[in-house]
Each structure stands twice: as C-alpha cells, then as structure tokens.
Write a protein that binds this ligand. Structure first.
Ligand code: BGP
Length: 483
C-alpha cells in the first residue's frame, strides 16, 4: 500500500443541497423557495441554462400555472423520507463528513417571520442525529440557492438591506439549535453565482432592476455584511465551530501566451476571487473598487459595514471545482468567461456530455494559487462528473468514467497537499444522484448511488450502489492512498 499524502483526520465525504435531494417541497410546514420555481426544459428545447426567473409576470404565471411535473426540483429524490437509508449508504462508504444544506423556508417559511417553524428544525435534528450515529460530521450550507420565495416577492431578495436581519436571525436560530451537533458551517453556496444568475444567487427579479449591475453588487454587499454577521454569531454561539465561505471556482487559462490573453486571464481571476477577497481578507480589493469607480457603480454602505467585514473574516475557504476555462484578450471573444459560457475550447482537454472541460491538474493549480493568496485552510466541497449512467442487464452500473474523473482529481489534491497546501477535506458533488441545478435534469447523474427516477419524475426511487461506490469506499479506507 502506497503511503497516504493526506493528513490524518482528512474529511472525506460527499455533498448535496436540500432543493436538489429532499423533495417534500410543501411538507413539514415548509414555504416555497426560489428554486422550487425553476422549471425543467427538455434538452432538445433548451436554449440556455434555465436557472433564472426574470420577471414578476413570469413568476406569477409559474405560481398560477403550478405546472406540476415541470418542477422536478420539488421532487428531489425524496431524501426527506429516505434520509436514514441514504445516510446508512454514506456510512457504508466510510464518510467522515456529509455536506448538506438547510432549506431556509423549512425554518422560516416566508423568511421575515420572528419565530421559526419547529417542524423544520426537528427534521434537521433527526438528520444530524442519524449522521452522528455513524460519526459523520455534518458540514452545513446555510443558504444554497434556497431563499424563501416570499423574500423575492416582498423585498426583491438581497437588493433590500432588511434581508440581512432576516438571514442573521435564521443563522442564529441554526447555531443555537444545533450547537452540539454541527461544527462546520458555510454561509452562501457559490456566492459569485449572484453575478451570473441574480435570481438564483440573490433572489432578485432582474426586470425589476433599473441598473442591473449596480443592483447585483449592492445585493452582494448586503450578503457580505450578512456573512460577516453570521461568522460573528457562529463564533459567539459555538466557540469550537469553523465557518467558511464558498466560491464557484473559475480557473481561467490564457488562450495563448500573448500578453493580451495573459492579462485577460488575470482579470478573470481578479473577478472570480473578488468574492473570497472580501470574505477571507475582510475588505474590498482595490481592483474591484477601481472597476466600480470606472463603471459608475456606487455601493451604498452604512457606517460600520467595513469594520464588520474586517473584524469577521471566515475561518476557511471552500469552493466547487468541475472544470477550467479559457480567457481571451481578443475583444470579439467573451473576455473573462470560460468555456462554461463562451465556449472557448481548450484543445488539450476533453469535455463532459455537458461541455464542461475536464482538467484534474487545474485543481492542483487552483489549490496552490488560492492557498498562496489567502493562507487559510481550503476545502473542496464540490467536485464530480455529471454523466449519463446505464443500468446493465445484471442491474450493475459500471461508471468507470466517474472513477477515472474523481481518481485523477483526488490525485491532484494529494499533490497540492504535498506542495504545502492545507486542505481540510473533499466532498464529491452529488454523492447520491439528484436533480441538476442548472438543467433540472435527473439524467445528469453524479452519484456513487444510483436513484431510479427519470427527468419527468417517473421511477421507483430505489437506490443502487454503482461501481464508484465500492471504489470510493477503498479511497476513504486508505485515506486517499488507494486511488
Ligand atoms: C453547483 C451547485 C450545486 C450543483 C453543481 C453541479 O453550481 O453548487 O448545487 O448543482 O453546481 O451543477 P449541475 O447540477 O448544474 O450539473
């Protein structure tokens, strides 16, 4: 057996989000969340990523239409009722941690109430007790694209500064209720997605916004302040807890060694790391302040905001990593967006069935770059391969492609650790098949565990172990030595 490069106590596990696994969207006293309104568009009809609801009219039509089977998110994979079976499977793989989110409207159905919904709190008590029964550490995302829909309709989401108070109230309820059970917390999932998908990220209907970019950064300022207040509340309530931020990492390479491309890649990096600069370093980077000044963006701050950001930085930086991108200095190409949006292909990389360019070494690069910049512990809380899986005639699922993807990426995490990077853990995304965030498909499968359900909600919901289930069990047993 080769020697492990991973530290003792490395937190191996898997990740999900409430709106993508739980189902029971209208049970247990839960209110509607923003993601409950995201509809499924069949791939052949899909023009673009259908994540965002844009207008009042669209939202009201969705609410009135109640297009039943068009809301696969509302179904999830019934984790709400099957959590004991699922957690037993996670334990069988040897999980040390399980990243999950709490559905905000399960706790505050409208979001602006004073008192929480006890049924919602009790559900997560049961889930945490089940995890701790197997010595699996819960890693909890407080807001994973699951803002109560009422906060969109009444306040236009994070555009309204009053939502800070609602979020802090919600966070304090969680910290006080679960202080004995949860020691790892994340504030906002992929906080940078707000700049790409304002409805999903910040609960804003863009058709309501006079100046979209101004509103996006104003809403983000409110989220930064809310995150800092949540960090303070977490430390006050649970002294031995750690609370982190969470970024969708977009590692962008220069298309060529032409200085224009190199500069474009730097600018893409500054744009992506702006969010972690604020939450880890505790202040806005000058590059972004110049950008705001140059583009007439004036962030309204209250006295004390900047002191709050500086006083309460996060304890660790977590991020999702699926692919790398390409940045071009050529003005007629999308400058700082990678293949995910503009399709600039990297000729050295293969792509997934959804066009995400597979780049394991990019994960080592990104770990070393971010550790150099921030010198705080890092945590990979999403990495995985969305793929079409086939159930063989003997009932097996031979997802060797997923094993290859994860093995190569975990190998690069080991290399980063050997180079001196402090990494707390690795939770592969979608440890059980679930509903895709960007496409609402079930057929974009990520799991070590197969779930019998199709894009339209048909199926028995039966769980099956894939080949990768047994592989990951070995990886964890060997602390990452046996890949
Ligand atoms: C991230 C989200 C996850 C998950 C992941 C995979 O943006 O944090 O919720 O969905 O993307 O993306 P998708 O589900 O679109 O394949």
């Amino acid at each position: 057996m080769t020697k492990s490069r991973f530290p003792k106590g490395f937190l191996w596990g898997g990740a999900t989000a409430a709106n993508q696994v739980e189902g029971a969207f209208d049970q247990g006293g839960k209110g509607l969340s923003i993601f409950d309104m995201v509809t499924f568009v069949p791939k052949e009809e899909r023009k673009q990523i259908e994540m965002d609801v844009k207008s009042e009219a669209e939202l009201e039509a969705l609410l009135a239409g109640e297009k039943g089977d068009n809301f696969p998110k509302r179904r999830g994979v019934d984790f709400y009722h099957r959590y004991k079976e699922d957690i037993a499977l996670f334990a069988e793989m040897g999980f040390k941690t399980y990243r999950m989110s709490i559905s905000w409207p399960r706790i505050f159905p409208n979001g602006d109430e004073l008192e929480p919904n006890e049924e919602g709190l009790a559900f997560y008590d049961r889930v945490f007790d089940e995890l701790l029964k197997y010595n699996i550490e819960p890693l909890v995302t407080i807001s994973h694209y699951e803002m109560p829909l009422h906060l969109v309709r009444e306040y236009n989401g994070w555009e309204d500064r009053r939502v800070i108070e609602f979020f802090v109230r919600y966070s304090k309820v969680l910290f006080d209720r679960y202080k004995e059970k949860v020691k790892y917390w994340l504030t906002f999932n992929e906080i940078n997605v707000s700049s790409l998908a304002p409805y999903i990220g910040s609960g804003m209907l863009v058709d309501r916004l006079a100046n979209q970019e101004q509103s996006i950064y104003q809403a983000l300022h409110h989220q930064f302040v809310a995150s800092a207040l949540a960090v303070k509340a977490c430390h006050d309530s649970i002294p031995d807890a750690q609370i982190g931020c969470m970024l969708a990492r977009m590692e962008a390479y220069p298309e060529t060694c032409h200085p224009d491309d190199v500069l474009a890649a730097l600018e893409a990096d500054q744009r992506n790391l702006f969010f972690t600069d604020v939450q880890v370093r505790g202040q806005y980077p000058t590059s972004m302040l110049r950008y705001f000044a140059k583009n007439g963006i004036e962030i309204k701050k209250l006295p004390g905001d900047e002191e709050l950001l500086a006083a309460h930085p996060v304890d660790f930086l977590s991020f999702s990593y699926y692919m790398s991108m390409v940045a071009s200095g050529n003005p007629d190409k999308a400058k700082d967006k990678g293949n995910f949006f503009s399709g600039i292909k990297n000729p050295y990389l293969e792509a997934s069935d959804w066009g995400w360019q597979i780049d394991p070494k990019g994960l080592q690069t990104t770990l070393r770059k971010m550790y150099d910049r921030y010198q705080v512990p890092l945590f990979i809380v999403e990495n995985g391969l969305g793929a079409y899986d086939k159930v063989e005639s003997d009932g097996s699922i031979q997802d060797d492609y997923r094993i290859a993807y994860l093995s190569a990426h975990i190998d690069q995490v080991g290399a980063a650790i050997e180079s001196g990077v402090e990494v707390l853990g690795f939770t592969s995304w979608g440890c059980i098949d679930l509903i895709s965030a960007s496409t609402s498909e079930m057929s974009k499968r990520y799991g070590f565990i197969y779930v019998d359900q199709d894009d339209y909600g048909n199926g028995t919901l039966e769980r099956k172990r894939k080949a990768s289930f047994h592989w990951y069990k070995k990886v964890i047993e060997s602390n990452g030595a046996d890949l």
